[in-house]
Design a protein around this ligand. Structure first.
Ligand SMILES: *[C@@H]1O[C@H](CO)[C@@H](O)[C@H](O)[C@H]1NC(C)=O
Ligand SMILES: *[C@@H]1O[C@H](CO)[C@@H](O)[C@H](O)[C@H]1NC(C)=O
Ligand SMILES: *[C@@H]1O[C@H](CO)[C@@H](O)[C@H](O)[C@H]1NC(C)=O
Ligand SMILES: *[C@@H]1O[C@H](CO)[C@@H](O)[C@H](O)[C@H]1NC(C)=O
Ligand SMILES: [Zn+2]
Length: 417
C-alpha cells in the first residue's frame, strides 16, 4: 500500500518528463529573459524636446510616470515610457529616435535641431547609466543585456536631417547614429515619402541616383537603412540597391490594414530575399482602427512571418510617437503579454526560439550583417557626391533652399507617428 502511494506521488513527475504528451507551458515572455527585446522606435526624445526643451536635469525617468503631471496618461496623450515600466516590460534594447519636424517654414534649423536631439539622447543615457548603456554595435547590445541595462541606440528619423549632404550623414554616424529613416512625411529632393501612395497623390522622384548613393554610403559606413515612412517605390528601389539587409524600424503590414505607412506584400517578398527585418508598429491607426487591440498587432506579426519568414520580423512600437495604442499594449510595461499571447495562440509557430527571433535576434543578425558589409567596403572612399541641381529643381521640399512648391507636409508637428 505504501509502495503504491509513493508511486502515485511520483507519477506526476514521471508524466512531466514525457515530452511528446506534455504541452510546453513555458510562458512566451521567457524569450525576453534569454535574448534582449530590441524595440526599433521610441520617440521619447521628441517629448523631452516638446515638453522640457531638452532640459532633463529634473526628469524622473527612473520612476513610474503613469500619473506624472507632465508625462502621465492624463497630461500627455503620447507618453508611454519610463524606466520603471520598461523594466516590467523586460525591454532589453531601444533605438531612441532623434527627430525634428520637416516643416518647410523652419528648414534652416533642421540640422542643428537634429544634433540637439542626438545630444539629449546621449545626456539621458549618461544620466541614467545605472539602467541604460550607450550602444553603437551589434555586440554592444549583448554586452548591455549581460549588464542588465537597456542597450540604448540612436536612430535618426528622416533624411531631411542631413540637408542633402553626405558630410552630415557621416557626422551623424560619428555621433553614434546607427540608423537613418530615409524620409519622414515630407518628400525629399532624392526620395519620396509614403503619402505619395495615397490615391490623390502620385509618385514624384522615387529614389534618385543621388538617393541611391546615400543608401550605398550608409552601407559603407555601417548605418542601417530604415525604410519606414518612404513610398512603396522607394522601399522597393532601396531594397534593390542596398548591399546590406535593411530595416523597417516601425511599420506594419499593408494587407492586414490598408495604410500607406504599412508594408505591401511585394515588398515583404523582397525583404525575405534581402533578409532584412520589419519591426511592427503598434499605432492603432496603422494596425486597425481606434478600437485596435493586442490581437490586431498579432495579426500583423503573423502576416509578416507568412510573407517574409520568421527571420524577418521584429518589434518597433512607436511608443511616444503616437497618440493612441491598442488595448493590451498600453505602455512599455506590456511587451511580455504580447509574447505570452503569441505562444498561447500558436505554440507551433511561436516556440521560445522563434519568440527570441521576434524579440531581437533578427535585428541583431541584420546589424551584424550591416557591420560585415561595412568591413567588406573598408577600402572604398567616402562618397564626395553633391546633390545634383536637377534634383533640387525637380523637387519640392529641399532643405536649406526655400522650396518654390511645397508638396506634402502632414501636420506631424504635435504628433509625429
Ligand atoms: C496612478 O493612478 C491610478 C489611478 O488612481 C492608480 O491605480 C495607480 O496605482 C497609480 N500609479 C502610480 C504609479 O502611482
Ligand atoms: C516650425 O514651423 C511651424 C510652422 O510655422 C511651427 O508651428 C513650428 O513650431 C516650428 N518648429 C520649430 C522647431 O521652430
Ligand atoms: C521606382 O522604383 C520602382 C521600384 O523599384 C521601380 O519599379 C520603378 O521603375 C522606379 N521608377 C523610376 C522612374 O525609376
Ligand atoms: C469602436 O467601438 C465603439 C464602441 O463599441 C464603436 O461605437 C465605434 O464605432 C468603434 N470605432 C470604430 C472605428 O470601429
Ligand atoms: Zn515615424
Amino acid at each position: 500500500m505504501l509502495k503504491l502511494l509513493s508511486l502515485l506521488a511520483i507519477l506526476p513527475y514521471l508524466c512531466h518528463s514525457l515530452p511528446a504528451t506534455t504541452p510546453d507551458l513555458t510562458p512566451g515572455r521567457t524569450a525576453l529573459d534569454n535574448f534582449p527585446l530590441i524595440d526599433g522606435h521610441n520617440d521619447l526624445p521628441y517629448n523631452l524636446y516638446s515638453k522640457l526643451k531638452n532640459q532633463i536635469s529634473k526628469f524622473a525617468f527612473d520612476s513610474d510616470l503613469s500619473n506624472d503631471t507632465v508625462f502621465g496618461f492624463q497630461a500627455c496623450k503620447s507618453c508611454f515610457t519610463d524606466l520603471e515600466r520598461a523594466k516590467k516590460g523586460k525591454l532589453g534594447g531601444q533605438f531612441w529616435v532623434a527627430y525634428v519636424d520637416c516643416n518647410p517654414s523652419n528648414y534652416s534649423t533642421i540640422v542643428s535641431r537634429s544634433f540637439e536631439q542626438v545630444d539629449v539622447i546621449q545626456r539621458l543615457i549618461k544620466k541614467f547609466s545605472d539602467r541604460m548603456q550607450f550602444v553603437t554595435t551589434a555586440d554592444g547590445i549583448l554586452d548591455a543585456f549581460k549588464n542588465k541595462k537597456i542597450a540604448s541606440l540612436i536612430g535618426l528619423e528622416g533624411g531631411h536631417s542631413i540637408d542633402n549632404k553626405m558630410a552630415l550623414l557621416r557626422q551623424f554616424y560619428d555621433a553614434g547614429v546607427r540608423y537613418m529613416t530615409l524620409t519622414h512625411t515630407c518628400n525629399l529632393p532624392w526620395a519620396d515619402a509614403s503619402p505619395v501612395d495615397d490615391s490623390n497623390n502620385s509618385p514624384e522622384v522615387n529614389l534618385t541616383k543621388f538617393g541611391e548613393k546615400i543608401v550605398l554610403e550608409m552601407n559603407r559606413l555601417g548605418m542601417l537603412v530604415d525604410l519606414s515612412h518612404v513610398s512603396h517605390n522607394v522601399m522597393s528601389r532601396a531594397l534593390d540597391v542596398s548591399k546590406a539587409p535593411v530595416i523597417f524600424s516601425h511599420s506594419s503590414a499593408f494587407t492586414v490594414h490598408n495604410h500607406h505607412r504599412n508594408v505591401q506584400d511585394d515588398v515583404l517578398e523582397k525583404v525575405k530575399l534581402n533578409q532584412g527585418v520589419v519591426m511592427v508598429n503598434f499605432y492603432t491607426a496603422f494596425v486597425g482602427n481606434d478600437n485596435a487591440t493586442i490581437d490586431d498587432v498579432i495579426k500583423h506579426i503573423n502576416h509578416i512571418v507568412d510573407k517574409a519568414g520568421i527571420d524577418c520580423v521584429g518589434i518597433g512600437s512607436d511608443y511616444d510617437g503616437v497618440s493612441s495604442v491598442p488595448k493590451g499594449l498600453e505602455d512599455v510595461s506590456k511587451y511580455p503579454d504580447l509574447f505570452d499571447k503569441l505562444k498561447e495562440q500558436n505554440p507551433e509557430r511561436w516556440t521560445i526560439a522563434n519568440l527570441e527571433k521576434l524579440a531581437g535576434k533578427n535585428l541583431y543578425r541584420v546589424f551584424k550583417s550591416v557591420e560585415a558589409v561595412r568591413d567588406q567596403l573598408a577600402t572604398s572612399m567616402p562618397d564626395e557626391s553633391l546633390i545634383p541641381d536637377e534634383d533640387l529643381a525637380e523637387n519640392t521640399a529641399s532643405v536649406g533652399v526655400l522650396p518654390t512648391f511645397i508638396s506634402i507636409v502632414i501636420s506631424a508637428i504635435i504628433l509625429k507617428l
